[in-house]
Design a protein around this ligand. Structure first.
Ligand code: PLP
Length: 396
């Protein structure tokens, strides 16, 4: 089959769409006013920032005044969690609940808070990558300030029972935050119907640029100011607004949240064909629940290979993908997500994540399925681990 270029790593980041780019361009050279300035150029920028805020709010079922623009999803997570911890600590509530397989933007924030007198409970996940809401109920204490659970996992794509968890939190009078960076634009979200108090999102996962995000904060929740300075973002996050990025996010979220069902009807059968095709390779397994997962996500462990080598070989064949090992952080530790669902270290090392969208064609799926088995065979031939496995010897 002729070599193709296939971008199958949309969970890492996405290309800025043509429509988003075109919407942004005027704000660099012609409509470049400071949104705080009083003359028309500034007032126009202010108007367009507010129009983008309305779009973000509408996409989530929120009110515009409940949306705060941030520089990224990590910032939104940090603000929600540290902010709630600070506010609630004043009321004597110094306990937070999260899960073991959150993104590091949440886990490292919680670790930071632990060093500053906050207690954190990390609830487990099942071997299918799902959180049991009853575990949250059991973990809630008198002094629990916040529960923060991701909407969908970034590696294995599993979608959590967010509305059920939120309901338990509200029964117990506890705030509920969700990191929805991977979920927005892929599943329907209505913060009011689902009972979400705070929600983080990021632009670059939905075809806006890198470096823009937002935090939804339900009316009535008072978070401490994140950046002190001017009056931007109602004084809560100072700093001259990044107007092009904000306008781009507005367009991106509007596009990402319309026709979700139609797009998923195209993506899911292709994703399933990839899963079934890859699972034909011996000694492979799907990580995470097959159905309760993001439409474009698949994560498969392939025994006897190293994820990094697989990614390099896929790259040589024009395929951009991701693996379970934390190679991006310069460490070869296997992913905490894969370990949390009970995979052994050596199996977690050989995992492949593909995250596709509706532009991944049937021909792309055929191409991936045509090159992958050969790559796996070649890597296994070179692998001492595979040799031991085949001889039935212990390996670790
Ligand atoms: N949370 C999740 C679940 C993510 O997948 C990511 C990015 O990969 C982030 C947070 C961080 O988002 P950002 O890159 O915008 O800081």
């Amino acid at each position: 089959m002729e070599k193709r270029f296939i971008y199958a790593d949309n969970a890492a980041t996405t290309a800025v769409s043509e429509e988003v780019l075109n919407a942004m361009l005027p704000y660099f050279r012609t409509a470049y006013g400071n949104a705080s300035s009083i003359y028309k150029l500034g007032r126009d920028a202010q108007r367009d920032v507010e129009a983008a805020r309305e779009k973000v709010a509408k996409a989530l079922g929120a009110e515009p005044r409940e949306i705060f623009f941030t520089s990224c999803g990590s910032e939104a997570d940090n603000w929600a969690i540290k902010g709630a911890a600070e506010t609630m600590a004043k009321k004597g509530k110094r306990h937070i609940i999260t899960s073991v397989f959150e993104h590091h933007a949440v886990l490292h924030t919680c670790e930071y808070l632990e060093k500053h007198g906050i207690e954190v409970t990390y609830v487990p996940v099942s071997d299918k990558g799902l959180i049991d809401p009853e575990d949250i109920r059991k973990a809630i204490r008198e002094d629990t300030a916040l529960v923060t659970i991701m909407f969908a996992n970034n590696e294995i794509g599993t979608i959590q029972p967010i509305a059920e968890i939120a309901e338990i939190c509200h029964e117990k009078g506890v705030l509920f935050h969700t990191d929805a960076v991977q979920a927005v634009g892929h599943v329907d979200i209505d913060v009011k119907k689902m009972g979400i108090d705070m929600l983080s999102l990021s632009g670059h996962k939905i075809h806006a640029q890198k470096g823009i995000g937002a935090l939804y904060v339900r009316k009535g929740i008072i978070l401490p100011n994140l950046i002190h300075g001017g009056g931007q973002e109602r004084g809560k996050r100072a700093g001259t607004e990044n107007v092009p990025a904000i306008v781009g996010l507005g367009v991106a979220i509007e596009n990402a949240t319309k026709n979700i069902a139609e797009r998923n009807a195209v993506i899911i059968p292709r994703r399933n064909r990839l899963i079934d095709g890859i699972l034909q390779i011996p000694y492979t397994r799907l990580n995470g629940d097959r159905d309760k997962r993001l439409p474009g996500n698949l994560n498969i462990s392939i025994e006897g290979i190293e994820g990094e080598s697989l990614l390099l070989m896929l790259d040589m064949n024009g395929i951009c993908a991701s693996s379970g090992s934390a190679c991006t952080s310069g460490s070869l530790d296997p992913s905490h997500v894969l370990l949390s669902i009970g995979l052994k270290h050596e199996i977690a090392h050989g995992s492949l994540r593909l995250s596709i969208e509706d532009d991944t064609s049937d021909e792309d799926v055929d191409y991936i399925l045509s090159v992958l088995p050969g790559i796996v065979s070649r890597l296994r031939e070179m692998s001492p681990v595979w040799e031991k496995m085949m001889k039935g010897e212990a390996y670790e």
